[in-house]
Structures are given as structure tokens and as C-alpha cells.
Design a protein around this ligand. Structure first.
Ligand code: 8OZ
Length: 358
């Protein structure tokens, strides 16, 4: 029988009951101190029938924050808050990994300790505005990280990984997508460095490689995934040769024996994107491949049956359908998502979407 979304699979050391992944989704509903709170526990627990839950992007340090009310993984209270989430998902038979996030230049002094400037590979201001507690504010020109500061950034990923393991997570996903710090180093519109972290693709991929090496050293490769978005222009980013760059990224990540590579196969926000062959990208990576972006059940099953992808991550459908797995199984209609309650707010549009059971 052909494989489909309901075929079990093991990604690294994590055994999954199906291939339906809950994509990482920023919801801006953490409590005081960026600590996961009761409604966050309920939200993830409601979605535990996913084969794998990837948490919302989670700042690894005080300098890694770029949005209001995102839950961190760098204080004791945050770890304790996440432990409640993990325990609730595990009690329902689910698996959950934490997404490690550093926003780099996609931030604002008002969100950072002592009104610090955001950090980045190069001092290039992104077009657009930051979401702050005071509303939208223009992005500022970030400060370029000195080469001597890079080990400290890597150490933040390592400590956050230790914290995630202490909270009981089944693994971690390194967020190297969507225009945040690691992606800012990867792509040549944002990385103009002249040291060993800039220049050719080998140098631009060096920080991601060092982060991966060090995170793998504490968690084990079989508990580590990496997310990339070769084409996504979100957060004012681009690359002059994405196929060459990301084939290289997949090739250097492959020997680690990671749990998975997770790929955003396009752009968030429809603009003209350069041509890109994701099947070719995938051939450079020997482990499990999670595809993401606007898949529905039919296209996901076709891609899995064709052997082009191993799992599919669903974002918006999981916001609106806590029981997405059961709805797919029964070919039931899906609830439509209310965009106005995606980012921030109350329990409304968060934990009140109805299940088929009512
Ligand atoms: C949408 C709004 C805020 C953050 C990402 C963490 O794109 C995000 C994000 C998405 O990875």
C-alpha cells in the first residue's frame, strides 16, 4: 500500500503515529515574563493528535526577542511553563519539539534589554515595521555582530536546548527560516560580512553549521531538526542564488543524521519568486523531509506517495481545527480560520475552535 499522511514514521529518535505535523505558529499569547500559561497548555493539548507538534518560535535569550508575548526558553519560569505544555501533550499521546528562535534584526530596542540595538550579520535596516508593545514602529539599523561575539550566540542556542530538554521536549528544531538571525547569515541580501561568516555560501552557512554541531552535541542528532525557507521574502530578505545556497545547506546538514529537515516551500505573501526545485533540494539531504506551505490533504498524500516528501506540516488548518487529524481521517469539512485573532488576544480564536465531537 502506498504511504500517506496516516503512515507511522520515526524521525530520529521520535516515533510518530502519523505524518501530520503541526507547523510552528506564532500566536503572541504568552503570560507575564514571556512564560507559557494555562491557555497555552490547553491550546497545545487540544492539538496532541498531530503526529508531531512543533512549538511556536521560541526566543533562546533576552536578545532573541522581536515580538510581544512570545514565550521564551531562557528563564526558569519559562522552562516550568513549557513543562506543563509538554506534560499535557505527552499525556494525550502526542510528541512535541521546541523551535529555537533568534530574531536577529527583526526586532526593536523597546523589546530588548536596556533598549539595546538588535543584532544581525550586517548593519542593514530591514524595510518595514516591528510589532512592539507600543504598536508598529519602524525597524532600526541593527548592530553587526563582531566575530568574537558569535561563540556567545552559539552558546545561547546550546543553553536553550538544555532548557528544552529539561522541560521534557522530545527534541528541538533550529529555526533557520523566514528572515530571522540564521537566515540573515545564510542569504546574501542581509549578509555582507568579510570575515569567515560572510562571503561565499560556505561561509554564510557557517553559523548554522556551528549552531547545529553544538546543539547536536547536547541533544543528539536524532532529536534535532532544522527549518529553512529558501524562497521566502518575508522580513525583507532574498538571495541571488537560492538553489545553490540551499542545496549546499542540505548537503552539509545531511551527514549529522538529523531527525529531519523542514522546508517552507515558497513565500509567505504572494510575490514573484525565483524558480526553485525542491525535489532537487531534497536529494541533497538523506534524512526525513517535512514539507510546508499551503498543502491540503490531497496534495500532501500525493507528495508522500510519490516519495518527494516524508511528512507535511500544516499551519493555518491547525489554528482552526484542533482535531485536524480526525477531520482528515473522516474527510470532514474544516473550520475556517479567523485571521484577526492569529496574533495576540484572548482565548477567543485560540482555544475555542470546535471539534467534530463538539
Ligand atoms: C508570523 C508572525 C510573527 C512571527 C516566522 C516566527 O515566520 C515567525 C512569525 C510569523 O517564522
Amino acid at each position: 500500500m502506498a504511504l500517506d499522511l496516516f503512515s507511522p514514521i520515526k524521525v530520529g529518535s521520535i516515533a510518530l503515529k502519523n505524518r501530520i505535523v503541526m507547523a510552528p505558529l506564532t500566536r503572541n499569547r504568552a503570560g507575564e515574563g514571556n512564560v507559557p500559561r494555562e491557555m497555552n497548555v490547553t491550546y497545545y493539548e487540544q492539538r496532541a493528535s498531530a503526529g508531531l507538534i512543533i512549538t511556536e518560535a521560541t526566543p533562546i535569550s533576552a536578545m532573541a526577542h522581536g515580538y510581544p508575548a512570545t514565550p521564551g526558553i531562557h528563564t526558569e519560569a519559562q522552562v516550568a511553563g513549557w513543562r506543563k505544555v509538554v506534560d499535557a501533550v505527552h499525556a494525550k499521546g502526542g510528541k512535541i519539539v521546541l523551535q529555537l528562535w533568534h530574531v536577529g534584526r527583526i526586532s526593536h530596542p523597546s523589546l530588548l534589554p536596556d533598549n539595546a540595538l538588535p543584532v544581525a550579520p550586517s548593519a542593514i535596516k530591514p524595510a518595514g515595521q516591528a510589532f512592539t508593545y507600543q504598536g508598529l514602529q519602524d525597524f532600526v539599523t541593527p548592530r553587526a555582530l563582531a566575530a568574537e561575539e558569535i561563540p556567545g550566540v552559539v552558546a545561547e542556542y546550546v543553553q536553550a536546548t538544555r532548557n528544552a530538554l529539561a522541560a521534557g521536549f522530545d527534541g528541538v528544531e533550529i529555526h533557520a527560516a523566514n528572515g530571522y538571525l540564521l537566515d540573515q547569515f545564510l542569504r546574501d541580501s542581509t549578509n555582507k560580512r568579510t570575515d569567515i561568516y560572510g562571503g561565499d555560501k560556505v561561509n554564510r552557512a557557517r553559523l548554522l553549521l556551528e549552531v547545529t554541531q553544538n546543539v547536536v552535541a547536547v541533544a543528539g542528532a536524532d532529536k534535532v531538526g532544522v527549518r529553512i525557507s529558501p524562497l521566502n521574502p518575508f522580513n525583507d530578505i532574498s538571495d541571488s542564488n537560492p538553489q545553490d545556497l540551499f542545496n549546499h545547506v542540505a548537503r552539509v546538514l545531511s551527514p549529522f543524521g538529523l531527525a529531519y529537515l523542514h522546508v517552507v516551500e515558497g513565500g509567505m505573501g504572494g510575490s514573484d519568486l525565483p524558480p526553485f526545485d525542491f525535489v532537487e533540494l531534497r536529494k541533497n539531504f538523506s534524512g526525513p523531509y517535512i514539507a510546508n506551505l499551503a498543502y491540503d490533504k490531497a496534495r500532501a498524500n500525493a507528495a508522500i506517495a510519490a516519495g518527494n516528501v516524508d511528512l507535511v506540516a500544516f499551519g493555518v488548518p491547525f489554528i482552526a481545527n484542533p482535531d485536524l487529524v480526525e477531520r482528515f481521517a473522516r474527510d470532514a469539512a474544516l473550520n475556517q480560520a479567523d485571521q484577526s485573532s492569529f496574533y495576540g488576544g484572548t482565548e477567543k480564536g485560540y482555544i475555542d475552535y470546535p471539534t467534530l465531537q463538539g
